[in-house]
Design a protein around this ligand. Sequence first.
Ligand code: BGC
Length: 337
Amino acid sequence: MKAAGLDYSARRLTVRELPEPEPSPAQVLLEVVEVGVCGTDRELARFHLGFPPAGQDFLTLGHEAVARVVDPGPSGSGLKRGDWVVPQVRRPCASFCASCARGRRDLCLTGTAPDRGITGIHGYLSTYAVDRPEDLVRVPEALLDVAVLIEPMSVVEKSLETALRFHEHGPRTALVLGAGPIGILSALLLQHRGLEVTVASLESKTEPRVRLLERAGIAYSCGFEGIRPADLVVEATGSPSAALAGFSLLAPLGVYAIVGASDPIGKIPLVDMVVKNQVVFGTVNASPRAFELAVSDLAALDRSVLQGMIRRVRFDGFEETILQPSPEVVKFVHCVE
Ligand code: BGC
């Protein structure tokens, strides 16, 4: 079968012929139908993070997948041939730490729980894949047109659930830094939870992604000037200077969720954080509950805005979607025929 990924010997993106995976008795055989591309894939393709499976020089990319069940595997899996699923990304760490043992691999204590398509396990940009049933999230057919957003939305759900838990009084206003897929999904979810949301990013107001926010009734600021401090700030740019600016845009009791990974260079206002009782936290990956919430919340959000985020392209063409993506498109999705 064909698989798209990274050749670690030649250090380039390529398509390889790999043997079709053989499911063990505990596994489900999946036919992959589509796979979304995200900023993590871009970092991987630049060899800034990630690594291939042990003893191999190739890593199949892709961790935002929608797939159809070909063989439901073990009886009692609750799955049947033809069912639609989205796989969770993370698998338990080898030492089965307390978090991984209680089903919260996203909180792995050893920091070694592997992510499929990222760290040591092949991803889903291939014709077939195998998985254990407990790693799969069922997708209702009515959600298929936007199901590829379930994985990124699960990351957003976890961050928002954590932020709401940390805020002492229940936040009313939110500021999202960045208008990429995570920024837009965060803004839509915060608005859905009843907060007054502003997105701040660098795109001009005529960019398609900013028009999507406008269609959703979400305020947009090009740059950070004139923005009022917010009860919740979500950092979804991955830019060190934006991450630093976020600290000064946090209201008293404010909670700052760092979803984009970057190390800010500059002075972090720790005294301000103390006297204003603020919380800053980082978050990665998602819990099984966050995946379930992603399914139900995506079904409730404005479908035309979600659809407007997605551009479907053929299986190949990764150089463009991963390495030189058009800024007009929020989420490139590869169709695996
Ligand atoms: C994925 C997460 C994953 C993380 C690892 C993100 O793009 O959505 O599931 O844990 O990358 O860096």
